[in-house]
Structures are given as C-alpha cells and as structure tokens.
Design a protein around this ligand. Structure first.
Ligand code: ZN
Length: 537
C-alpha cells in the first residue's frame, strides 16, 4: 500500500473509530492479500485492492471485475496466509542431515576396520546418506504451497451498532409500562405519525424495534373518593382501542402473549393494556371481569395513595398490606388470567400478594432498592428473590430517580420544596408554576443530575446476579417520568442503545431476548395457562 494511502487509512481509523472492524485489520490484510468473502452464503475469491473503514474493494482473480463490498454485508471474511511448499525445503534439509550422518558412520566403521579412516570413506558415506536424505525429503514434503485461511472479525456480527440494530429488529421487545394514554389525554396527538412531544410514536417505535408497549390505563388516586375512577379508566381504554382502529396494520390490540407474537410476524405493533391503580374496580369483582373483557391484562393494585385494594408504598397504611377485598382481587385475577403488578404497593402489600397469588407476578416499572436505599418504589433484595422464586419478573424503570440516589434526592427534594412553597404562598399547583419553581431550583442547586444508560445496565446486572437472567425485563415508564430519562435512553427509538450496552457487558443474544421481552411473555403465557387449569371453561 502506498505510504500516503496507508496514512489516510490510519487517519480515517482514528476519525471513525471502529464501526465495522478492528483497527489492526490493515495489518492483518495488506493490499494484494488473497481474500475470500461470503455474502448471503455466496463465496467470492479475489485480491484486496483498497481498504476503507466500512468496506473493501477486491478483484480481479479468475476474471472477477473489481467490486466494492461493505463490511455490513459480509457474513465471513477470510484472508490467505501463503507459505512456499515443503518438498524442496524438506529435501535440502534431509540431504544435509543424511550426508552428515552417513559420512560420520562410514568414517567410524572404516576407521575401526583399518585403523585409519580415510576421507574417501567419509565422502562415500556422505554421498549415500545425502541421496537417502533427499529421497526421504522428496517423499515426505507434499510439494503444494502451504495456504491457511484466517477468519477476520468483520461483518454485522462484529459491528456493535449493527448487531444491536439487528437484534432490536429480530427480538420481540415488550416494554411493560408506558404512560401514553395519560399523555394523550392531557394533549391529544396522533401517535401513528411522528409527534413533536412525548417519548412514543409509531415511527420512533419502529426505529427502536419496539413491538409491544403496555399502555398504562392510569387513574389518579383522588378519583377514587370522587367516584370517577371507573369512568376515567373506560375513557382511556376507549382511547387505546381508537388508536388501534385508526391505524390498522400499524397498531394491533394484543390479548395474549401469542397475539403479541402473531402481531410481530404480521408487522404490527401490539398495544396491550395494563391498569395502573386498581381504584376503577370500585369494590366489585364484576368490574374486574369487565376490564378483563375490555383487554386489561395486568393491574397495578394501587398508585401513590393507599386505596380500597392495597396500601401504597408512598402513603400511610390503611390495611397493613392488602385489604380483604384486595385478597379476593388477587385470587380472581389468578382465575381470570390477569397478571398482578406489585409496583407502587407497600412492602406489606407486596408480601400479602406473594402469599395469596398462585401465579407468577410482575413489578411492571420498579428497580432494585439497592441503588436508592430506603426508597420504597424500588424493591429490596428479599422482595426480588421472592418474586423470582414465584417465577415473576422485575421490569426496570428508566426514570433517573429510580436509578441513582443522587437523582432521587434531587427530584424528591425539589418536589417537597415545591409543595411547601405552594402551601406557604397559598397557591394551587399548576404546570406553569412548577416549571418556574424548577428553574429557580436549578439556578440554586445546579441542573438535574440525569442518570446514564450505564445506570440502567447496572440495575439489570444487579438483578441478574441476584436471581438469574429469567427474572428481569424493561418497564421504561416512557411518557410517565417527565424530563428525567437517562442520557442515551430518551425515547422509544433508543432500545438499540440498551442492546448494544448489554452486548458490551457480555450478554449473549438469547439472554438479551429474555430481557427485552421473552421473560414477560413467559409470565403472561404462564398466567394464562394457570387460568385454564383453574377454570376449564
Ligand atoms: Zn407508575
């Protein structure tokens, strides 16, 4: 390779660090090397002409016209390492060794017989030994030039970005918690097209490889006392059905794990539904059946206030766990084939659920409490172990305040100060006032300390270390945690970043598929199966 071209290549390697290949590729494969590439199973041989950062040009050998090949298209790239044939080398070596040995032997034998070994005897011995050596060498050496093929690390398998994008496409990504209905109720946007706001819309979901975002049917806690919770839940369910009906082929309702798989094969994004806050049940198991029939497949028993079903992790206890009706609800959910979600409920309510539920349960958007000590929205190690023992899954929340102690302290410190300030000034909290307050808070305390993608990976690693790969998933809380999402995971187009991070942490493809959705689909199918066993009709 001419010096200038080599320099240019080195500069490009430095400027675009390693998208498709390792930096030593140019030393492994000098221009002129014999190479063999396989594209879609088709092998082509040729000689390397030019090497770029993302492709190579090869040809001509055997009439091959020069062709440019992108690394991203290559299944396999091999370079030939040729050495001269063995026959001549072996024959020459054999002759020399044979000659020396033969001469020595003759000299010794002749010397014993006549007491004076002559140079003639040595010469004769060397001649016979040499001939024998050459004969031996010629027979053993196979004559063919030695050619070994070395596989080089090139192709989608070796490009972390492409590898992640491919897996995002081929894996079924199930995200257990998105607050899209809540967001759209506040401000309607057509999410079947690109939207200016929010963390979710169809084009971004396709870009991220998202296949089944659970739509949270969320009702604020104060609606329970007002008797408006059921009405609100029905409105939000109507809205999700509307989104599907308005965009057939893009979105589809999914009432079972198998339906998610079928929609995936047909190219539609499933919009399964989970109910966040059990208030809409309004103390009547008939309402549970009603919501099951309308498509709700999990219920988060309470939200930020204790309700008639369970105590909340963020409120004073009313029941010391589940209410008597709450226990009935869990049993009936088992019977109907609905997943029980323990996110948001108090520790005592969690342990009650563990005792009552005969089916695996989920935490749809919670992380390990280890990272936010004492904060009850995340789960303690004992709770994670119990959940896993029952076959359940912890779905990791992406909100920064779930991920790091620093973000948690900042967010809740600011919120408490805001509430105090509103009360002191006798003002009703509004979005505008809160934004104003947050700005002033940032001027005094510094900007919000966003968590990073690595913090999400740390939580996944932590759960895997604690209970294994089968009990962790994702419950992003997109459209639900405001402007607190971590750097690198800001909306539904960013799952490939997460996948790349998992690859870099050493997870294999099969393991990543479990995290992305396989584990939740397993629990969903299991809950369905147990229903069939309980109620053969
Ligand atoms: Zn929530």
């Amino acid at each position: 390779m001419p010096g200038s071209k080599r320099l240019l290549l080195a500069m490009m390697v430095l400027a675009f660090p390693s998208p498709g290949w390792s930096q030593d590729l140019s030393t492994e494969m000098p221009v002129g090397s014999r190479i063999r590439v396989s594209i879609d199973g088709q092998e082509t041989m040729g000689r390397l002409r030019v090497l770029w950062t993302d492709s190579l040009e090869m040809g001509p050998e055997g009439g091959l016209a020069p062709m440019k090949v992108r690394f991203s298209k290559i299944d396999r790239l091999e370079v030939s390492k040729e050495r001269p044939g063995r026959s001549r080398q072996v024959a020459v070596m054999g002759g020399l060794i044979g000659g020396a040995l033969g001469g020595l032997t003759f000299t010794i034998v002749a010397g014993r017989q006549s007491d004076n070994g002559s140079p003639l005897a040595f010469g004769l011995g060397a001649l016979i030994g040499g001939a024998a050596g050459i004969l031996f060498g010629g027979t053993v050496g196979d004559g063919a030039p030695q050619e070994t093929w070395r596989v080089l690390p090139v192709g989608p398998r070796h490009d972390p970005r492409l590898r992640a994008a491919n897996l995002a496409r081929s894996a079924i990504i199930v995200d257990a918690h998105l607050d899209v209905p809540y967001r759209l109720q506040a401000r309607w946007e057509d999410v079947s097209k690109a939207t200016a706001d929010g963390n979710f819309d169809y084009p971004r979901a396709v870009a991220g490889g998202l296949d089944a975002p659970f739509m949270a049917i969320y009702t604020p806690s104060d609606l329970e006392a007002e008797g408006l919770a059921k009405e609100r839940a029905d409105e939000l369910i109507d809205m999700v059905w509307d989104i599907v009906i308005r965009a057939p082929g893009r979105f589809s309702v999914a009432l079972s794990a198998n339906a998610v798989r079928r929609n995936y094969r047909e190219g539609a994004i499933s919009l399964p539904m989970g109910m966040e806050n059990g208030s809409p049940l309004e103390g009547d198991l008939a309402n549970l059946r009603h919501f099951y029939d309308r498509g709700i497949r999990y219920i988060t028993l309470a939200h930020n206030a204790s309700n008639h079903i369970a105590d909340s992790s963020r409120d004073d206890p009313q029941w010391d766990g589940l209410s008597p009706f709450g226990e009935e609800v869990v049993r009936e959910m088992n019977r109907l084939g609905m997943m029980v979600d323990v996110s948001h409920i108090s520790d005592a309510a969690f342990w009650d659920v563990m005792e009552v539920s005969k089916a695996p349960v989920i935490a749809s958007h919670s992380g390990p409490r280890h990272f936010t000590p004492g904060w009850p929205r995340n789960l303690s190690d004992e709770m994670i172990r119990a959940l896993a023992d029952g076959g359940g899954v912890v779905m990791i929340n992406f909100g920064s305040s779930f991920l790091t102690q620093e973000a948690n302290a900042y967010r809740y410190g600011r919120r408490d100060a805001y509430r105090t300030s509103m009360a002191e000034r006798g003002l009703e909290p509004t979005e505008g006032l809160e934004a104003e307050f947050n700005e002033a808070w940032a001027a005094e305390h510094g900007p919000f300390p966003f968590a990073s993608l690595d913090d999400v990976l740390d939580q996944i690693d932590y759960v895997v270390d604690l209970v294994g790969i089968d009990h962790v998933g994702i419950g992003s809380d997109f459209d639900g945690v405001g402007d607190t999402l971590p750097i690198g995971l800001k909306d539904v187009s960013t799952y490939p970043n997460l996948i790349r991070g998992l690859f870099e942490r050493g997870y294999g493809e099969a393991e990543i598929r479990k995290i992305l959705g396989g584990n939740l689909l397993r629990v969903w199918a299991e809950v369905d199966r147990l229903r069939e066993m309980a109620d053969p009709t």
